[in-house]
Write a protein that binds this ligand. Structure first.
Ligand SMILES: [Zn+2]
Length: 365
């Protein structure tokens, strides 16, 4: 039995970020899957018709806030994630997105065609932007509701990472060519995207978010080699994290990167993020050995093969292994390698969220 008193959600998360051992391993949240907790969707899993569509969930702060309150009860969640688009900065800069009935948003039209056109982009007014303002409203509602319940679950907002935003605004293929053809112009453009992301992040923290979830999938090892990462992604991720954490505190900026990033782990540790979320392609054991004393790590159950297609037993086994690999000594937050597929069964998500409660009590054996 643990001798430690049970911590609140906020205390647990902060202890892990401080590279200490909390009462138990904290768990990051279900992200997009939370749409299943809206309205009567939970009873519609596996059926084609849903009670609440994804666009309704994203665009109606009251509906989304209710879903988050349900999540905190159902999973004893340490985090909730508020968002109105998966690409809020790119949308504020003029990109158009498709909003499918039952899927995350995707860019359907980029804001610019040539990298040099970034100079024509207007710096958005965050409060007046229709998408960003909904995100702020959701955060305000969730903060108020959790406060009333005496619940200090960590509230995360969203901006994408600067390099990823640039890839959304210009188109990822064009960004790849631009890095080679006009590197200086490209850096100015990415720097501009960084500044807009910082403003949106600050507005969310001011609205009541504890932290910003910052996924940077386009900077993954599957897309750009380490020297390009160091030149075009890392300095802007560092600038972003510094501005965000300076604005609030050292707990307020997490960084997620997709794919195999074993070739740049030390770079990722130097970003200055509160914690670093790694995809399932990276060995948690190796990451813990190489950078576990520098930054709190988060991950990394396989989202598709294990969470979506696997059994609860497989999830428990893989989740437990993540805890064994990365939790001892503290500085670890349990999660998946990337966003949970929204069609995961409730039984699998429950099994996933129960792992740290069952096996994450410190001291870890
Ligand atoms: Zn990812």
């Amino acid at each position: 039995m643990s001798t430690k008193e049970e911590m609140s959600h906020g205390e647990r998360v902060r202890a892990a970020i401080d590279l200490k051992e909390p009462d138990r391993v904290p768990a990051f949240c279900t992200l997009s899957w939370a749409v299943n907790l809206a309205g009567n969707n939970l009873n519609c899993i596996g059926k084609k018709e849903k009670d609440v569509s994804m666009p309704q969930f994203l665009n109606t702060p009251e509906i989304q806030a209710e879903a988050h309150f349900k999540a905190t009860e159902l999973f004893d969640a340490d985090f909730v994630w508020c968002y109105s688009s998966n690409q809020p900065v790119a949308v504020a800069l003029g990109c158009e997105t498709s909003q499918p009935y039952w899927s995350t948003t995707a860019i359907s039209r980029t804001a610019i065609d040539k990298v040099e056109d970034w100079k024509n982009l207007e710096f958005p007014d965050i409060e007046k932007d229709p998408t960003a303002s909904k995100q702020l409203d959701t955060i305000r509602l969730v903060e108020k509701g959790l406060n009333k319940r005496g619940n200090d679950t960590f509230i995360d907002g969203l901006t994408n990472g600067p390099f990823t935003i640039a890839g959304l605004v210009l188109g990822i293929e064009k960004l790849m060519f631009a890095m080679v053809d006009s590197p200086d112009e490209t850096k100015e453009f990415i720097d501009f995207c960084t500044d807009v992301a910082i403003e949106l992040a600050k507005a969310q923290l001011d609205a009541g978010a504890d932290q910003i979830f910052c996924p940077d999938p386009s900077a993954s090892g599957d897309l750009i080699p380490p020297d390009f990462y160091r030149e075009f992604a890392l300095p802007y991720a560092q600038k972003y994290c510094k501005a965000v954490t300076d604005h609030k505190d050292r707990y307020s900026c997490m960084y997620h990167i997709c794919g195999d990033t074993a070739d740049r782990l030390e770079d990722l540790a130097s970003i200055g993020a509160s914690f670093l979320s790694l995809d399932y392609k990276v060995s948690m054991k190796e990451a813990k050995e190489r950078i576990g004393d520098k930054v709190c790590l988060c991950g990394n159950v396989n989202p598709a093969e294990t969470l979506f297609l696997g059994t609860p037993e497989k999830i428990e086994e893989e989740g437990r292994q993540c805890i064994r690999d990365a939790a001892p000594g503290g500085g670890y937050i349990y999660w998946s390698g990337c966003d949970l597929p929204i069609d995961c069964s409730l039984k699998n998500v429950k099994a996933f969220m129960e792992v740290p409660i069952k096996y994450g009590k410190y001291p870890i054996n």
